[in-house]
Design a protein around this ligand. Structure first.
Ligand code: SF4
Length: 104
């Protein structure tokens, strides 16, 4: 059992209740017009939380399956896109004329 399993809101049947990012959503979703440097800093902080989160695998798969925006399971939108879980309009990724995608 980890320390996070003992959190008051933890429900073993619900992986979201064992997340270590409760109250820190500002690290996982971009503000409007966020600059690339700020995004990199924000996502680095988010990743540090994900790296110690007991439900990272469940979280990552949930975001992949639901094509979610934001930073989930240690993975950015761009990383999910590269893994084959494409968003309709991923932030920071633009299509090229040959149908490939590149980070912008
Ligand atoms: S893996 Fe990251 S985004 Fe997912 S629940 Fe844990 S801390 Fe939150």
């Amino acid at each position: 059992m980890t320390a996070t399993d003992q959190l008051p809101w933890a429900d073993p049947a619900d992986w979201k209740s064992r997340a270590v990012c409760h109250g820190k959503l500002h690290l996982f979703f971009a503000k409007k017009s966020e600059r690339p440097e700020a995004r990199a800093r924000r996502e680095a902080k988010a990743k540090r939380l994900c790296d110690v989160c007991p439900v990272m695998d469940e979280c990552r798969q949930y975001a992949r399956d639901n094509r979610l925006y934001g930073f989930w399971g240690g993975e950015s939108e761009e990383a999910r896109h590269r893994a084959g879980y494409t968003l309709n309009a991923p932030i920071g990724v633009r299509p090229t004329e040959d149908g490939e995608s590149v980070a912008s």
